[in-house]
Design a protein around this ligand. Structure first.
Ligand SMILES: NC(=O)c1ccc[n+]([C@@H]2O[C@H](COP(=O)([O-])OP(=O)(O)OC[C@H]3O[C@@H](n4cnc5c(N)ncnc54)[C@H](O)[C@@H]3O)[C@@H](O)[C@H]2O)c1
Ligand SMILES: O=C(O)C(=O)C[C@@H](O)[C@H](O)[C@H](O)COP(=O)(O)O
Ligand SMILES: [Zn+2]
Length: 370
């Protein structure tokens, strides 16, 4: 398919020195090589990293977009349990074996797992080479491809080893969502609902109104949603790329969400865990007085409309879930901290502080009552 109209969203990175653009348009998957060369001219050799599912679907097209130049496909087995130091080691070893130097670049072609893993490979290979993010899942399009967070999980928790490594460009072709399974479409909508919850209540409610179009992968509905989410995310990361404060709001739902995801052994997808995490954190906010009463119920209505879970699975013991909270990156001096909504569409901000200390008692209460 040939490329149609392209919309560009600018993102500021690293004090404005490495700004980049997110390009959104149908057919852009066939332009990856051309764009990669233009945004990172120092990279003369490229590797395309994908999981085996996405590699089989789109690897040939992306490699071909380099116009016959050597741009091999490196794959790893699909799934969150492969976002590990072991896969990072295998991929960087494969690059060394091919003799790739500092004049090389990485294309991260896939969902959030690939974006995080391949992004971390790029961040660390020979101390850093350019990465172009080509997201193929909704999670990756609305969220993970933008903002430069890369990394891998460890047995102790999510994303515990990583680096900030902003991409040289992000290329979003919404037509690839046609091959994404419905469950993965739904989980991606959780991050879009999060953007509505923290910044734009009408956008959040609109996702519920367009649920069937989004869940069935209608390209124009996906394109519009992806654009609005990227605007929200870009506006936050452009002001606080390294998460010294404001960026913490993008972690709404993730303190408990990441703990649930890890406690489930990744039986819950990231988006499913974040959906439950957002509801629990909204209930907690109501309990401790940061969040307007009824906000959690509004969130439940939206999340259920897009087929997402809203309760802790009973087999996930609250004590086991709490065991992962100590590994959250917002912890300071052993104190759990979370982002709370003031109401749907707005976060609770106490004088420029976005993550707030929370005691163990109320956390246990909401975990047990969900
Ligand atoms: N860095 C960030 O800012 C950030 C933000 C949000 C999420 N994340 C991370 O993203 C990950 C979750 O992302 P995800 O849900 O995309 O996971 P994923 O990459 O595992 O993709 C989910 C599944 O969909 C498949 N898939 C992807 N695109 C496809 C397509 N177009 N057609 C068919 N199948 C396709 C994959 O092979 C995989 O099996 C988590 O590890 C989460 O921590 C990171
Ligand atoms: O971009 C961010 O900042 C986010 O918090 C986005 C989250 O959706 C994403 O899951 C992120 O990977 C979480 O980061 P972490 O710092 O909590 O590991
Ligand atoms: Zn997330």
């Amino acid at each position: 398919m040939s490329a149609t109209a392209v919309t560009e969203v600018p993102v500021r990175a690293g004090g404005g020195l490495r700004d980049y653009a997110v390009r959104v348009g149908t057919g852009l998957i066939d332009t990856v090589g051309e764009v990669a060369r233009a945004v990172a001219p120092s990279a003369r050799r490229w590797v395309v990293i994908a999981d085996d599912t996405v590699g089989a679907l789109y690897g040939d097209r992306v490699c071909a977009s380099f116009g016959g130049a050597d741009a091999p496909l490196l794959t790893f087995p699909a799934g969150e349990h492969n976002k590990t130091r072991a896969r990072w080691e295998a991929l960087t070893d494969a690059m060394v074996a091919r003799g790739l130097g500092r004049d090389s670049g990485v294309v991260a072609l896939g969902g959030g797992v690939t974006g995080d893993l391949a992004g971390f490979v790029a961040a660390t290979y020979l101390r850093g080479v350019p990465v172009v993010q080509v997201p193929t899942s909704i999670v990756a399009m609305v969220d993970s491809a933008v903002g430069g967070k890369t990394g891998v999980d460890t047995p102790a928790g999510k994303n515990l080893v990583g680096a900030f490594h902003p991409p040289a460009a992000v290329i979003v072709d919404p037509t690839v969502i046609r091959t994404l399974p419905r469950r993965q479409r739904a989980e991606g909508l959780a991050e879009a609902v999060k953007h509505g919850a923290i910044a734009d209540a009408d956008y959040g409610r609109g996702i519920a109104h367009r649920a069937e179009a989004l869940l069935s992968g209608e390209v124009e509905a996906i394109r519009r949603m992806v654009l609005r989410s990227i605007e929200v995310k870009a506006s936050v990361v452009s002001r606080d790329e390294r998460e010294s404060g404001l960026r913490e709001i993008l972690n709404f739902g993730h303190t408990l969400g990441h703990a649930l995801e890890a406690a489930s052994g990744f039986g819950l997808t990231h988006g499913e865990a974040v959906a439950i995490g957002m509801v629990l954190e909204a209930q907690l906010g109501e309990l401790v007085g940061h969040t307007r009463q009824g906000s959690a119920e509004r969130l439940v209505e939206i999340l259920q409309a897009v087929e997402l879970p809203v309760r802790r699975p009973p087999e996930l013991d609250p004590e086991v879930v709490e065991g992962f909270l100590g590994a959250d990156k917002k912890v300071r001096a052993g104190q759990w901290r979370m982002v709370f909504l003031a109401e749907l569409g707005r976060v609770h901000d106490a004088g420029g502080r976005w993550a707030h200390a929370v005691e163990r008692g109320p956390v246990r209460t909401v975990l047990e009552s969900s």
